[in-house]
Design a protein around this ligand. Structure first.
Ligand SMILES: Nc1ncnc2c1ncn2[C@@H]1O[C@H](COP(=O)(O)OP(=O)(O)O)[C@@H](O)[C@H]1O
Ligand SMILES: [Mg+2]
Length: 313
C-alpha cells in the first residue's frame, strides 16, 4: 500500500515495520502525526478525497474531529500494531475483499506454530472474521481458544462435497467472528483437509491453518491453496539442518521463533522475529488466553502485518 507520511521518525519507523510503500506520488492514504508541528500545515494541502489516518494526543482529538477525521481513523500513538489495522481499513478495497488462506508451518515440531495461530487469530478476529483450521489432529489451537471442536472423523463423514453450511455445523465459536474447525485425536486425510479449507473460505475473511510440518503431505497439498504461508524457524543446529533441506514454499514469510534480540524485522531472510518470552507464556497458560508482554507485542505487530497483507492483495 502506498502512503504519504506527514510526521517524524516515529511515524517513519512504524511505516517501515508495517512494510508500507512510502511515497508522495499517488498515495492511497495519508498518515499524519498531529503531534508534529509541521504536519498540520502540509496536511491542509493534501487532496480532499485522500483517506487520512491521524495520530493525535488526547487534547488533539477535538482538532482531528474538526478536520472531519472519523474516530476510527484516529490513533493515540505511532504503535505499528495500532496503526496497521487503521491504515488497512482506511482504503476501500478495489474489489470485494477476497478470503485469504494463511498457513502456518515449520521444518520441525515445537517451534510455536500453535501458539502463533491462537494469538494471531484472537487479534485478527477483532477486525476480520476468522476461521482457525487445526490440521494437526492435536486439538492444540482449540485448547488455547477454549473450545472443543468435533473430531476430524466427523468431518470426514460429511464426504468431500463440503460446503460452508456443512462446516458451520461442525465449527465451534470461540469468540465473535472466530471459529475453530478440526479436533483431536486424528489428523484429517489429505482430501478432507483440502475440501475443508476450500469450504472454509466461504465462512470468513481469513482461514488460518495450524498445519503439520512442511514435510507432511497435508501441508504440501494445502500450500497449493494458501495465499501466504508463515514458516517458523528455530535457531538450533538440528533445526537449521531441517530448514536447509525443507522445501521452502513460495510466498513464505520466515518467522524466527523464540529468537534472541528484539522483535521485528531482523535480517534479510527473516521476515519477522518473535522473542522467547517465558513470563508471557506462563501467564498466557495460566489464563488460557493471549500472550501479552514482549511476546504479545510482537504478535500484535505480526497480526497487523497479516491484516495489512490481506487488504493489499
Ligand atoms: N515465544 C516463545 N517463548 C517461550 N516459549 C515458547 C515460545 N513459543 C513457543 N514456546 C514453547 O514451545 C512450545 C511449543 O509451542 P507450540 O505452539 O505448541 O509449537 P508447535 O505447534 O510448533 O509444535 C510451547 O509449549 C512453549 O513452551
Ligand atoms: Mg502445534
Amino acid at each position: 500500500m502506498r502512503v504519504i507520511l506527514l510526521g517524524g521518525p516515529e511515524l517513519a519507523r512504524a511505516a517501515l515495520m508495517l512494510g508500507l510503500d512510502v511515497t508522495a506520488e499517488h498515495p492511497d492514504v495519508a498518515l499524519i502525526d498531529l503531534r508534529d508541528p509541521t504536519a498540520l500545515s502540509v496536511a491542509a494541502a493534501l487532496p480532499p478525497g485522500l483517506p487520512r489516518v491521524v495520530v493525535a494526543n488526547p487534547d488533539q482529538r477535538a482538532l482531528a474531529r474538526a478536520l472531519a477525521i472519523p474516530l476510527d481513523r484516529i490513533a493515540a500513538s505511532c504503535e505499528p500494531a495500532v496503526l496497521g489495522p487503521l491504515v488497512a481499513s482506511a482504503v476501500p478495497p478495489a474489489r470485494p475483499r477476497a478470503t485469504r488462506v494463511v498457513l502456518v508451518s515449520s521444518a520441525r515440531g515445537g517451534t510455536g506454530r500453535t501458539l502463533l495461530v491462537a494469538n494471531l487469530s484472537r487479534r485478527i478476529a477483532a477486525h476480520r472474521s476468522t476461521v482457525v483450521l487445526d490440521v494437526t489432529g492435536t486439538g492444540g489451537a482449540a485448547w488455547w481458544l477454549g473450545v472443543t471442536p468435533r473430531p476430524w472423523s466427523d468431518i470426514e463423514g460429511l464426504g468431500l462435497e463440503l460446503t460452508a453450511e456443512h462446516l458451520a455445523v461442525v465449527a465451534e465459536e470461540a469468540r465473535p467472528e472466530l471459529r475453530v474447525i478440526g479436533g483431536a485425536p486424528h489428523a484429517p486425510s489429505v482430501a478432507a483437509a483440502l475440501a475443508t479449507t476450500r469450504a472454509a473460505t466461504g465462512m470468513a475473511e481469513l482461514v488460518l491453518v495450524d498445519a503439520p510440518l512442511l514435510a507432511d503431505e497435508r501441508t504440501r497439498a494445502l500450500l497449493e491453496l494458501a495465499d501466504r504461508s508463515l514458516v517458523l524457524t528455530y535457531p538450533d543446529p538440528a533445526s537449521r539442518g531441517a530448514q536447509d533441506v525443507a522445501a521452502m514454499p513460495a510466498l513464505a514469510w520466515r518467522i524466527a521463533s523464540q529468537a534472541p534480540g528484539s522483535p521485528g524485522r531482523s535480517s534479510p531472510d527473516v521476515f519477522f522475529s518473535l522473542p522467547r518470552d517465558e513470563a508471557a507464556l506462563a501467564s498466557a497458560i495460566a489464563s488460557r488466553g493471549i500472550a501479552r508482554g514482549r511476546l504479545g507485542h510482537a504478535y500484535d505487530i505480526l497480526a497487523a502485518l497479516v491484516t495489512e497483507d490481506m487488504a493489499s492483495r
